[in-house]
Design a protein around this ligand. Structure first.
Ligand SMILES: Cc1ncc(COP(=O)(O)O)c(C=O)c1O
Length: 378
């Protein structure tokens, strides 16, 4: 098979607009974390999310770390997060020496189930992190209500979900703080990069201070606490500003790809399940995921190998955090059976703006053939 026939999982959508902005930043010689693109990208991103402030940083993991630290989460605090998420969400909780508590997921939307969160709240709960998995927003109204009743913080990990909305509210605008990632496979990319958004001026000032080594604002080389170097470069922010200016175009193309998948999967019945987007949600369609039904004998990893052999790149879902040795001791809601099942049976399919309708048909036809191929006996 020649390389041109490969269907990649993810390809960034970069044009002359990103190139022109990047070259402008380069030619200005402001290539570190000062320069016009940093302030401009932050200002425009805050407008886009609907928050007062946006503080750029090196990546989505640093954004989570900064958000938790600036919100005062620390030792002896518990933080509830979904068992099914990228490991960063839990790692950031550990960075501030707090305890991750792992909520189970909804079997249809695959997002953290509010009723599972409610069962896990204790007096130690300092924050709930809502992750908008694969850009389908979590139930922000229910999670906000639970956080308010428990008098704890709601933080949104919107790494995968810029542009998604719950009941008309942009992902990232409901939490006390929210975080985004601009990694190369994300809806908006800057190569590496991240953002923390919030409404509070006090919190934004804390985030900016911690991001820049906690340097004293008025006294040079004076540090009254331990901070971090999590600053984003002017170069990366230039790409980010260009991507943001093209957001509608990128989002529309992704929605079209999703509609091709929906069409191609229309007759497949219940053997392969797609993520359900609740009525109140407008999704961002980051990655298209499928979950192999329990009735199928086909093993998920064998199916992925068959797709790989046919030149189609895929990824398994995130493994449930509670199945990882580093997080297996965390408190869960009855062992998170749904997150465990999804983590074992889920496959992420190619999703990007360079796909053509024929590519999507090829992915789905190959997947259907792969799940029906007889299971080889050992
Ligand atoms: C849900 C979630 N949170 C956090 C991150 C971390 O972002 P980054 O890779 O930019 O550190 C990711 C990245 O894939 C993610 O999917």
């Amino acid at each position: 098979m020649c390389v041109s026939e490969l269907i990649a999982l993810s390809v960034p959508d970069l044009t002359h607009v990103e190139r022109d902005y990047l070259l402008e930043a380069f030619d200005s010689s402001w290539i570190s974390s000062k320069g016009r693109f940093v302030a401009e990208f932050e200002r425009r991103f805050a407008e886009f999310v609907g928050t007062e402030h946006a503080v750029s940083c090196t990546n989505g993991t640093a954004a989570l770390h900064l958000a938790l630290k600036a919100c005062g989460v620390g030792p002896s605090d518990e933080v509830i997060l979904p068992d099914l998420t990228y490991v960063s969400t839990a790692n950031a909780v550990r960075y501030v020496d707090a305890q991750p508590v792992l909520a189970d997921c909804d079997p249809d939307t695959w997002n953290m189930a509010p009723e599972s969160v409610a069962r896990l709240v204790t007096k130690q709960t300092k924050a709930i992190i809502a992750v908008h998995l694969l850009a389908v927003p979590a139930d922000l109204e229910a999670l906000r209500r639970i956080a308010d009743e428990a008098r704890c913080l709601l933080i949104e990990d919107a790494a995968e979900a810029p542009g998604a909305r719950w009941a008309g509210m942009p992902a990232g605008s409901v939490g006390d703080a929210s975080t985004f990632s601009f990694y190369g496979n994300k809806i908006l990319t800057t190569g590496e990069g991240g953002m923390v958004c919030c409404h509070s001026e006090h919190l934004a000032a804390r985030l900016r201070k911690l991001r820049g080594q906690a340097a004293h604002p008025d006294r040079h080389y004076w540090f009254d606490e331990v901070g971090y170097n999590y600053r984003m470069t002017n170069l990366a922010c230039a790409i980010g500003l260009a991507q943001l200016s093209r957001f509608r175009e990128i989002a529309d193309k992704r929605a079209e790809v999703r509609s091709w998948y929906d069409e191609a999967f229309a007759d497949i019945g219940d053997l392969v399940r797609l993520q359900v987007c609740p009525r109140k949600a407008d999704p961002g369609w980051w990655m298209i995921g499928v979950v192999l039904d329990a009735s199928l004998r086909a093993n998920r990893d064998t199916v992925r190998e068959r797709l790989q052999d046919a030149g189609i790149e895929t990824r398994p879902f995130f493994a449930a955090l509670s199945s990882l040795p580093i997080y297996e001791g965390c408190r869960t809601d009855n062992g998170s059976p749904v997150a465990r099942f999804l983590g074992d049976r889920g496959i992420m399919l190619p999703t990007h703006t360079k796909l053509r309708r024929g590519d999507v048909s090829r992915v789905v036809d190959t997947l259907i053939a792969a799940i029906h191929q007889p299971v080889e006996m050992a």
